[in-house]
Design a protein around this ligand. Structure first.
Ligand code: ADP
Ligand code: MG
Length: 290
């Protein structure tokens, strides 16, 4: 069962001059059709300007298709009556946590979403507690968000969305402004949402390492879906990824170069452990030959 379904989705930004005459058109999303199934962890990868954010904004009905249709849990986003249902179904997390946190205290901030939805007070506190626990921030509940690290702030933003009980969370480059430690914390929290809470996750990123745990990856370029497949299928196509201006993870690149140099290493190595196993395998083959 699909929770997100895009059918021939096209979106054009139209630039106009002061008199309202059209000056130019940018086709930011170009005839995209894709499905995300309930419970999936999907990654959308693409260089800057490839249309990822424009696509994401359709899922939350911030933008509407110029052509084609987007369904969120069976509801057409163009249907005005369904706007709040759609926004409650699909929560959004953006790049900059500072723009998303408004509360003076962590637990207050996380409670704003459910409060605005009219959730009864006792239930709000249960939701705040469970959401902060899910992202590993419960012990910071009484602190001021100002004193938190970037990774911690971003996890508070995620908890704020989680407290609204969405079926699906769309994260638009949530780690782009974080240091490596913060990035790891946030990715770990996102994986737990999917594994433990069974929430559908759509993670938009241009960091290739972050797609490794996804069930399915879509790679966008110039508004189109250029590649789709499992992380391994995607990461084994190093030449194509370089052509799309994406940085291949170091381990995958290293394995790729060794393969090119003639070592029979398998394609699409994703982790350092896999590379180690491949090298040990080769070593034992070599020993056997002697
Ligand atoms: P990404 O998130 O992959 O970096 P975007 O969806 O932000 O890509 O942008 C896709 C294309 O649309 C780019 O060419 C970008 O310049 C253009 N674009 C994005 N936002 C606007 C806007 N508000 N007005 C006009 N053009 C835009
Ligand atoms: Mg973007």
């Amino acid at each position: 069962m699909e929770i997100i379904k895009a059918e021939n989705l096209t979106f054009e930004y139209i630039r106009r001059d002061e008199e309202g005459n059209v000056e130019g058109i940018t086709t930011a999303v170009d005839n995209v059709s894709l499905d995300v199934k309930k419970g999936q962890f999907v990654a959308i990868l693409g260089a800057n300007g490839s249309g990822k954010s424009t696509f994401a904004k359709h899922i939350n009905a911030i933008l509407y298709p110029t052509e084609g249709t987007l369904y969120v849990d069976g509801n057409d986003t163009k249907d005005d009556d369904k706007l709040w249902t759609i926004r409650e179904t699909a929560g959004m997390v953006f790049q900059n946590p500072d723009n998303q946190i408004i509360g003076q205290v962590v637990e207050e901030d996380v409670g704003f979403g459910p409060e605005n939805m009219g959730v009864p007070t006792e239930e709000i506190w249960d939701r705040v507690k469970e959401s902060l626990k899910a992202v590993g921030m419960y012990e910071h509940r009484k602190e001021s968000p100002n004193h938190l690290s970037g990774g911690q702030k971003q996890r508070v933003s995620i908890a704020g969305v989680l407290a609204m009980h969405p079926k699906c969370i769309v994260l638009d480059e949530p780690t782009a402004m974080l240091d490596p430690v913060g990035r790891k914390e946030v990715i770990r929290a996102i994986r737990a949402l999917n594994d433990v809470e069974k929430i559908t996750v759509i993670l938009i990123t241009h960091y290739m390492e972050e797609i490794v745990h996804a069930d399915k990856v879509f790679v966008m370029s110039k508004g189109k879906v250029e590649m789709e497949g499992s992380p391994r299928e995607i990461l084994s196509q190093v030449d194509k990824l370089k052509e799309l201006r994406l940085d291949v993870p170091e381990v995958t690149m290293c394995a790729y170069k060794l393969r090119k140099a003639g070592l029979p290493i398998k394609e699409g190595v994703l982790t350092i452990d896999e590379l180690k196993d491949e090298l040990l395998r080769l070593k034992s083959i070599k020993k056997g030959e002697v």
